[in-house]
Design a protein around this ligand. Structure first.
Ligand code: GUN
Ligand code: FE
Length: 442
């Protein structure tokens, strides 16, 4: 049989704590077993009960001082920016011009694109991220290469070709017609092929003409179940620029709204400086926001107002936004999210963080029937976290009493080093031990 079982502490999110309260938002088994068959979860529970249900007929992998949870979900990231992460000194618009565009130019070459895509997927795995919503570049082949590699790794990924027909260097622009044709071909080839899904991806309002945005609206009508992925209201100068470029529109969001881009599968990165009207429209249209703390701090963009999103009942997921973000780790990202709330005299409870990084992200991507937690029937994407990954974590863990304390310490001190193993569709995709062995050998 292909059945495999994993024994450790198991924690996963069941619902948004803002909706059901802290205690009803998660399920925890101190000594639990997770059973996986053919890429799906077929049982979960207290070890003795799961063993009894299977007449002790299970091939069990046992862990110590480990916590199993659902794979992390990154709702906004740029794979072509892997090679320019941590570029010094600029805020959004100059950062794009000086660092981002020159690096994205290199993706004209599919050999380079493949090299970066592989490195990117390796980084996701070592950070416990199993699903992501991903920007390509303007080059169609950047997305072909990305999906080919994702398919080899059995990943559930959403990605798309960037659309950009103005206010960018000539070497990085398409046209409304070529952008339409390329996107359509990519949708036909990749959307719903295995675990892959397509996102129509205008970079942001300033780099698309009215014609191109209208074309995006047309594509979404033709393919109602593809995603829309773009940036929104990240930086004050960006917002001013959008209002200058589209004087007839009421707000930044209204530009996208005008072309019919808001819908259940629309994901907007950032949304830092939104008016009540914009929040209202996001909620009405069931659109989602990707909260990208490390990016917002790194580019000095501003402080995201999570409680406001909760008040308006807007779907929110977490994004690393690499390469403006400075870490692939959702654990690290949650730690920075906590600090962003602190700067606003607000709290981010560890169970809310867990939700945002897993099930909340899945919900934002309308994938919560497939991934995001460890309920029976879900796809078996999960991580084994090491509560004793470092000397400091081990020492600090020994002082903690409650689960929420442990979870908070894990997020605050964890990061990449806390990821012990990552499983994708039931198969081991990354193991810290194997990595150490490789390093010693080389
Ligand atoms: N706005 C438009 N393009 C980008 C990008 O590549 N990164 C970020 N953070 N914001 C953007
Ligand atoms: Fe981004």
């Amino acid at each position: 049989t292909h059945r495999k079982a994993y024994r450790a502490s198991i924690l996963h999110s069941l619902a948004d704590p803002a909706v059901v309260g802290q205690e009803a938002s998660y399920q925890y088994f101190d000594d639990g077993i997770l059973v996986v068959e053919n890429g799906h979860i077929t049982d979960i529970g207290e070890a003795d009960e799961v063993l009894a249900r299977h007449q002790n007929n299970l091939n069990v992998t046992e862990y110590h001082n480990k916590l199993i949870t659902a794979g992390f979900i990154d709702t906004h990231i740029h794979y072509p920016q892997t090679g320019m992460i941590a570029s010094y000194g600029e805020q959004l618009l100059d950062w794009l011009e000086n660092y981002t565009f020159p690096e994205e130019r290199r993706f004209k070459n599919p050999v380079y694109a493949l090299k970066v895509a592989r490195l990117f997927f390796d980084e996701l795995a070592r950070n416990g991220t199993t699903t992501a919503l991903v920007f390509g570049t303007v080059h169609k082949s950047s997305v072909d290469v990305f999906f080919e590699e994702a398919e080899k790794r059995n990943l559930r990924m959403i990605a798309g070709k960037v659309l950009m027909d103005r206010n960018a260097p000539d070497y990085l622009t398409d046209t409304p017609e070529s952008g339409y044709a390329d996107s359509k071909a990519l949708i036909e080839k990749w959307h719903k092929r295995g675990r892959l899904l397509y996102a129509v991806t205008p970079r942001f309002a300033p780099t698309s003409t009215d014609e191109q945005l209208a074309m995006v609206g047309r594509l979404l009508k033709e393919y109602p179940d593809v995603y829309l992925h773009t940036h929104l209201s990240e930086n004050k100068k960006e917002i001013e620029w959008v209002l200058e470029l589209f004087p007839e529109r009421e707000s930044y969001l209204d530009v996208y709204d005008h072309y019919g881009l808001l819908h259940q599968r629309a994901v907007f990165a950032h949304g830092i400086h939104l008016s009540d009207c914009e929040c209202q429209r996001l909620a009405e249209t069931d659109s989602a926001i990707a909260f990208c703390p490390t990016s917002n701090l790194f580019l000095g963009s501003g402080l995201f107002n999570l409680p406001k999103m909760e008040a308006f009942k807007i779907k929110v997921g977490m994004g690393t936004d690499v390469g403006a973000g400075t870490s692939f780790s959702l654990l690290q990202t949650m730690s920075e999210a906590y600090k962003i709330m602190q700067l606003q005299q607000k709290k981010l409870h560890p169970f809310k963080s867990l939700y945002l990084a897993t099930l909340g992200g899945a919900h934002a991507l309308s994938l919560d029937d497939k991934v995001g937690n460890l309920e029976v029937g879900k796809e078996a994407d999960f991580v084994v976290l090491d509560l004793h990954a470092t000397q400091l974590m081990r020492f600090r863990m020994e002082q903690t009493k409650t689960l929420e304390e442990k979870l908070f310490v894990l997020m605050s001190l964890g990061g990449e080093q806390a990821v012990y193993q990552t499983y994708i569709y039931g198969d081991l995709a990354y193991s810290a031990n194997a990595e150490k062995t490789k390093q010693i050998a080389s």
